[in-house]
Write a protein that binds this ligand. Structure first.
Ligand code: F0G
Length: 435
């Protein structure tokens, strides 16, 4: 049986050929996922093979995504895959962040070490591989910034025509700069993320565009490898918790699918619990998780947060993400702008750094340990989704004073570290540094 697309809805589960261009189930409108027959062989043989590939100079083996290609076997020909050596991101210990979060120990899986500085690269190499297989010339996405930076890079590297749609004035400068530099046609639309996504989905067929938003099931396949690589790096020892920020909820869907599949294949004995953290002003998934009726997500019409990566009010992948959180006995938390800002500065002081959305993880952990949901001695991996240089403007404003929340209230920077202006005078400088 070859790879297929399957409707995610339990009551439908309709199947479609893997090379059909579909974003939703034509029968019921549900989300789609890629499904495969289980790879043959003993789990220990796969683990050994993946470890050996780390020594190989083959581009596919060097990729932290394609190294695990047996778990995302949707292609029948790998010769045209474009890899920028994505994945291969480190697990970093951060004692100071652990103390701040109320934990004995924390490990960050830092996706900001990717070629374009975010976890989107794990998924984009797969999405673009599928676009090439389908013979697409033009690819597009709507983005809060990182998806567009990643898609621009991979599409240009593959010789495709990238078109990106971004909310005008609402993405960080670093991300916009990347999209321009990587050669994407960039349209700044005067609407928010959710409104633009609805518009582009209408336009995709009309303009012959292949869509690479996280509704694209092949992106999700690539993002699964974040969890596979994490397990490989931990010698397959399962953490108690995996904590990640939630926006459009593609990553939550990918992590859950990866963990379930690894368990079904006997690669891991149990599932870690997923903790998804949202910003207070853009927390529809938090509301859904805590609602009595979880059958429909109530969108937030005007999402607001300085963590622009997760400024999303109507997350498209919520049915998948809800399934994954519930299956893993997970939780959903939300955090305030002040909490994100201080947690981010603490991650910076560890010599690690990340962009604002990523810091929602540590802010969420601090709340969840205080509430007794995560135990102090739990084994916790938090996924930092984006690089510290993605949003330098936010950092500068935090450390120099005028950072304020979207409602205008000032952020009190508990860890402010402003630069000092000093005259070009040896004595003054020596005095300042406490001679
Ligand atoms: N963290 C960062 C840095 C992101 O860029 C995103 C999403 C998320 C977390 C949330 O991930 O959507 O899978 O729940 N950024 C998208 C974009 C929406 O367009 O770049 P999610």
């Amino acid at each position: 049986m070859p790879a297929e697309l399957a409707c995610f809805e339990e009551r439908c589960r309709a199947r479609f050929p893997i090379a059909q261009i579909l974003y939703n189930c034509p029968r019921c409108g549900g989300l789609l996922e890629a499904v495969y027959p289980a790879p043959e062989g003993h789990p220990s043989v796969w683990k050994q093979l993946w470890r050996e590939r780390r020594l190989s100079n083959e581009p596919l083996d060097q990729s932290g995504v394609w190294r695990y290609r047996e778990l995302l076997a949707f292609l029948d020909d790998y010769r045209r895959v474009v890899t920028l050596r994505e994945g291969n991101t480190p697990l970093l210990d951060a004692p100071r962040a652990a103390r701040y979060g109320g934990l004995d120990r924390i490990t960050f899986k830092h996706q900001g070490f990717n070629p374009t500085g975010s976890f989107k690269d794990n998924g984009m190499t797969c999405g673009v591989a599928q676009a090439i297989r389908l013979g697409a010339r033009r690819v597009a996405c709507v983005s809060t910034g990182n998806t567009s930076a990643s898609m621009a890079a991979y599409a240009s590297a593959a010789g495709l025509d990238p078109v990106i749609f971004i909310p005008h004035g609402n993405i960080s400068f670093g991300k916009l700069a990347q999209a321009l530099e990587y050669g994407a046609r960039t349209l700044q639309v005067e609407a928010n993320f959710d409104q633009i996504l609805a518009l582009v989905r209408q336009l995709a067929d009309r303009l012959g565009i292949y869509l690479l938003n996280s509704i694209n099931p092949f992106r999700i396949e690539g993002q699964k490898t974040i969890m596979v690589e994490m397990m490989d790096q931990r010698d397959w020892s399962v953490p108690d918790w995996v904590v990640l920020p939630g926006g459009n909820l593609g990553n939550t869907s990918a992590f859950g699918k990866a963990l379930r599949e690894m368990k079904e294949l006997g690669l891991i004995p149990r599932l870690p619990r997923l903790a998804v953290v949202q910003a207070e002003g853009a927390a529809p998934f938090f509301d859904l998780y805590h609602a009595a009726d979880r059958s429909r997500l109530q969108a937030v019409p005007h999402p607001e947060t300085l963590a622009t990566a997760i400024k999303i009010g109507d997350p498209i992948s919520w049915p998948k993400a809800l399934h994954e959180v519930l299956t893993s006995r997970g939780v959903v938390e939300k955090v305030a702008e002040q909490e994100i800002a201080d947690a981010k500065a603490v991650i910076g002081r560890c010599g690690i750094g990340c962009e604002p959305a990523s810091a929602a993880t540590l802010a969420g952990i601090r709340k969840l340990t205080a509430a007794g949901i995560i135990a102090a001695d739990a084994d916790v991996v938090a996924v930092l989704t984006g690089n510290v240089l993605k949003d330098p403007d936010y950092i500068h404003r935090y450390h120099t004073g005028p950072l304020s929340a979207p409602d205008g209230s000032p952020i009190q920077a508990a860890f402010a570290n402003p630069p000092r202006l000093v005259a070009a005078d040896a004595n003054r400088i020596a005095a300042l540094l406490g001679e």
